[in-house]
Design a protein. Structure first.
Length: 307
């Protein structure tokens, strides 16, 4: 069996060493395609691969058509919208993610951005503190839970909304559940986004929803670019000079945000949530272990597509 690591943005060496150890201990061959610049390189590399580990790399119908021997794709990370799930199912390919492996990294970044924003991006002027402020967690999954854990240490008043998470689980963590996204935004000074990009959520963070936030509200997005209705948010920030927006996913309208709202907007140059040495290692090795479990025992615990 041949396992391909196909990463335009490569794993750290220590992560590759860990992946290799897992794969070769199982008796499989490891192949690397790192820092590739053309799709054809990926198409050539997958031709004889039985399993593929990716990061933000695109696995679409064309790639799946080329991968005649492919049985499984594992996205080293939580999000998997870079994989065509329907095409994978049609090709009989199992798709998995590695939930939870980079959750702390994303949560820490969210708080780093919060602190930077409430301190006026360190411009020398007096800012505010997070302690005592109401924090809204929009989606209470692995990252949301880590955000809540850190927020408790800071002394924030924590609320959460997640249509798919039992309220009892939030209460057990010392978090106050609310009944709707509208209630969350109307209640909280800071809202941290952790929703996936789905047909239901794309462009859902719009003018009407964010406009419910109290004066001096702060929206933090370490989830996905597609969930933000950027045109709406640009209009709202023009109408509401008290609002701030920080994100680790550069918007399509980045230049407009930066030009029109200096001191109220910040974006990292690329997706940064999982960009830590620890998350890099954890997600890569988890992906390797999941592949071994699938190929040897048929374990599909983290499967995200239909059979």
């Amino acid at each position: 069996m041949k396992v391909l690591v196909a990463t335009e943005k490569p794993f750290a060496k220590v992560a590759i060493d860990g992946i290799r150890k897992e794969i070769e201990a199982a008796g499989y061959e490891l192949a690397l395609l790192e820092k590739y610049i053309e799709k054809q390189q990926l198409l050539d590399a997958v031709k004889d691969a039985n399993a593929v580990i990716i990061r933000s790399d695109i696995i679409d119908k064309e790639v799946l058509d080329a991968a005649k021997e492919l049985k499984i794709v594992v996205r080293a990370g939580a999000g998997y919208d870079n994989v065509d799930l329907e095409a994978a199912t049609a090709h009989g390919v199992c798709v998995m993610n590695t939930p939870g492996q980079n959750s702390n990294a994303v949560a820490e970044l969210a708080f780093g951005m919060m602190i930077m924003a409430v301190r006026n991006f360190y411009d020398g002027k007096s800012g505010t503190e997070l302690m005592g402020k109401k924090l809204g967690i929009h989606a209470y999954g692995n990252v949301g839970r880590n955000v809540a854990r850190i927020a408790k240490g800071i002394g924030m008043d924590i609320y959460a909304y997640d249509a798919y998470c039992p309220k009892e689980a939030m209460v057990a963590d010392g978090v106050k559940p609310v009944d709707s996204a509208e209630e969350l935004y109307a209640t909280c000074n800071v809202v941290s986004l952790h929703i996936p990009a789905t047909a239901e959520t794309k462009n859902s963070i719009d003018y009407d929803l964010v406009n419910r936030m109290p004066k001096n509200g702060l929206l933090v997005n370490t989830a996905r670019k597609e969930v933000i209705n950027e045109v709406d948010l640009l209009r709202l920030m023009s109408d509401r000079p008290d609002l701030k927006y920080v994100t680790d996913i550069m918007p399509a309208h980045h230049d407009e945000f930066a030009d029109h709202f200096p001191g109220r907007y910040f974006s990292t140059p690329k997706k940064m949530g999982a960009q830590t040495a620890e998350a890099n290692i954890n997600a890569g090795i988890a992906a390797a272990r999941q592949i071994v479990g699938f190929l040897k025992d048929g374990c599909e615990k983290f499967r995200v597509n239909k059979k």
